[in-house]
Design a protein around this ligand. Structure first.
Ligand SMILES: NC(=O)c1ccc[n+]([C@@H]2O[C@H](COP(=O)([O-])OP(=O)(O)OC[C@H]3O[C@@H](n4cnc5c(N)ncnc54)[C@H](OP(=O)(O)O)[C@@H]3O)[C@@H](O)[C@H]2O)c1
Length: 278
């Protein structure tokens, strides 16, 4: 297949470029090569390539930054995704839109299904949900993939932040009242690879299975990284006082992925152990 990937230098984009290049003709376009807010450029670029699939990984992902840079959040995450959807429609390409657990308000006490109604509570969440709606408005051939708490080789993620902080601190304070599912980027990339080989269009939750708080996640990171003598202290979201509100509970159930027997995601702890082994 001919596959175009936006945001190809990001965590997920770069992993997908590596994985999918083995069996497909892949066009990975970085932010510098294709700014998704430039509608004409998006349409021209997609029209030149005429991909079978467009995997749209580009996004403005810093939830705290989104609270102050509201215009950029909507320009990139909502309107920019609309540009990619319009371009995909013109070439009859299937579009994969990567979305987030932050489309939910976190008030549920059991796992979120694809059929649950989103109710985002942050600018980031609202702008990403806007992206979902614009994709659904323009296209019939789409996959919306909601995922959460991504980490992998790239440096800008929670796992690497904890490892770096542990180098010169004896105590780390980490929130214990937000629960979600850490997701290893290579696992997500493999699931997306299986998904796009089907025509079961629609919304999918794709995360590693199981759940934990950021505090529990930090403790396991130090354990598998074999870092001792660093104390992890649980604190509340209120104490941390970050600009963006975050869902308290945002565990996604991979219901559709399992029902359609597309891919089985392993438990988050197994994936984390694997990450450190590698
Ligand atoms: N990270 C998570 O924990 C998480 C959780 C749930 C869902 N997601 C979703 O998963 C997807 C991938 O996230 P990620 O972790 O791979 O993020 P990432 O590493 O920050 O990658 C996003 C990429 O998008 C690029 N980008 C930003 N603005 C752009 C624009 N206007 N035009 C083109 N490219 C632009 C960025 O380039 P620059 O860095 O050069 O700006 C970056 O390379 C996103 O849709 C995100 O919303 C992420």
């Amino acid at each position: 297949m001919k596959i175009l990937i936006t945001g190809s230098e990001g965590q997920l984009g770069s992993e997908l470029v590596n994985l999918l290049s083995k069996d497909n003709e892949v066009y990975g376009l970085s932010h510098k090569e294709l700014d998704i807010t430039d509608k004409n450029n998006v349409i021209n670029t997609v029209s030149k390539i005429v991909p079978d699939i467009v995997i749209h990984c580009a996004a403005f992902v810093d939830a705290d930054e989104c609270e102050t840079n509201i215009k950029t959040a909507f320009d990139v995450n909502t309107i920019g995704s609309g540009n990619v959807a319009i371009a995909s429609k013109k070439t009859n390409s299937t579009m994969v839109y990567i979305s987030t657990d932050y489309v939910f308000d976190g008030k549920k006490t059991s796992t979120y299904l694809e059929s649950d109604i989103p109710n985002p509570i942050s600018v980031y969440g609202i702008s990403k949900y806007g992206g979902e709606q614009i994709v659904r408005h323009y296209l019939e051939k789409f996959f919306i993939v909601r995922t959460s708490w991504l980490y992998g080789k790239k440096v800008k993620n929670f796992v690497n932040i904890i490892i770096n902080l542990a180098k010169d601190k004896k105590e780390l304070k980490v929130v214990n009242d937000q629960v979600g599912s850490p997701t290893y980027v290579p696992d997500l990339a493999r699931a997306i690879s299986s998904l796009i080989s089907t025509k079961y269009y629609g919304i999918y939750h794709i995360t590693n299975s199981g759940e934990c708080s950021w505090y529990e996640f930090a403790k396991k990171i130090l354990k598998y990284a074999e870092i001792k003598n660093v104390k992890v202290t649980p604190i509340s979201t209120e104490e941390l006082n970050r600009p963006a509100p975050r869902p308290k509970y945002s565990v996604l159930k991979n219901f559709n992925l399992k029902k359609k027997k597309i891919y089985k995601m392993r438990n988050w702890e197994l994936a984390l152990r694997d990450f450190f082994k590698k």
